[in-house]
Write a protein that binds this ligand. Sequence first.
Ligand SMILES: [Zn+2]
Ligand SMILES: [Zn+2]
Length: 321
Amino acid sequence: MICNVCKAREAEVYQPHSGKRLCRKCFIEDVRARVKEESLKIGLDKANKILLAVSGGKDSYVLADTLVSFIDPQKLIAYNIIEGIHGYNRREQIEQLRKYLSSLGIELIEDSFKQSVGYTLDEMMKYSIGKGLNVSACTFCGGFRRKLINNAGRAVSADYVATGHNLDDEVQAIIINLIRGDLLRLIRFADKPIKLSSKFVLRVKPLRKVYEWETTLYAYYSGYQFQELECPYISTRPTLRAKVRELLYMLEDKKPGTLLTILEEFDKLAEKVRNQTQLKEELPTCKICGEPTSYGREICKNCELLISAGLLNYHQNLPMS
Ligand SMILES: [Zn+2]
Ligand SMILES: [Zn+2]
């Protein structure tokens, strides 16, 4: 079978959502073109500095590689956080990542929860369980990760923070937020980011129109030595996300292209909602750490988690007046 695009090379990939058969080269080009289109839509090409939040997983490699195909690598700077999960965070993975990014001309900044929060994720969990809290590791991890990534973006004066979320991740998140009925959170998943605080660096997701199977294949064709271990905390707590993922794969299987359609329709809908919604004023800031928090809150979720786990004393940390 010949590739439907170049009509010269042997086809190796079947793309159910487009109905096309592609050769390796045309497949890579197809993914890059979709990343570029999404990036130009948000003006990523005009940015002076973009912070890439990289985990060392396949999507972070694909993110860096697709972006340098149309953005000067000097404008990109990568940032990695070591969570401090026993047996999961491995030195050689970070060195692989650093080597690869450096081959593209991108510098890597390293950070860790231990260094910037004071505790590893394992320690936060140990204390949290000790206090009888029923909080998942993903809640600790996700919250502090967002905060640290935003701080890093601000520290390097980035115009944008780019993450490696793919189409599957995005649609799962949209459905989960629909189920939870959180409209403000929901429209933040649209293609054009909203800035609710001057302390936030705009977050963008250049891979949001690329299926996870495509990033996997892209990584495989490119020969990346990425982190393949699954986070040990995932298996201990089956979440709503796992169920939503299963449901979405079933739909995609029955009707290829479903995930793309959901995202594209969602973007249109979100645009309308945004135009009609009076966005509230600037988000309040946390009394303890000074970072933005949700409307109506005095202390951010992250600081609250540390207090409940007995890892932060509120009174000791009140700002001097
Ligand atoms: Zn081809
Ligand atoms: Zn706080």
